[in-house]
Write a protein that binds this ligand. Structure first.
Ligand SMILES: [Zn+2]
Length: 127
């Protein structure tokens, strides 16, 4: 079985379909302006589009995690961890898109979700 993937062009295309007129959506997108830990049940209302590929794979390198304090304005640097290896999920209602990744900790597994905002997407994180 091949893994479902999504590339840059497909991601941009999907972002065009977001229906910003839908507010108060069941996906609670406004909660995910910055990275937020979730439970598996939070994924239930979302549809998996695929794993991010095509971004000169430096996904083993973390950029944003160290150079940026986690914030609402943290760039989504697609060549870097965690964005490079993220799965992209979509809300079936408003079509908003989310980055999702799993962080393996010592004794816990953290599931993380962040709303994708086109204006924050970059290949290389700014210096
Ligand atoms: Zn939604």
């Amino acid at each position: 079985m091949t893994e479902q993937t999504i590339n840059w062009a497909e991601l941009k295309e999907a972002l065009k379909k977001v229906d910003k007129s839908v507010v108060d959506c069941k996906c609670n997108y406004e909660k995910f302006i910055e990275w937020k830990r979730i439970g598996r049940e939070d994924l239930a209302s979302l549809v998996l589009l695929g794993k991010i590929v095509d971004f000169k794979n430096k996904s083993h390198l973390s950029y944003t995690m160290y150079k940026w304090k986690q914030s609402q304005e943290e760039p989504m640097a697609l060549g870097y961890y965690p964005y490079g290896g993220c799965n992209v999920y979509q809300c079936a209602d408003c079509k908003r898109l989310f980055f999702y990744y799993v962080e393996m900790g010592g004794h816990a597994v953290d599931l993380n979700l962040r709303l994708i905002r086109e204006e924050l997407l970059v290949f290389e994180a700014p210096q």
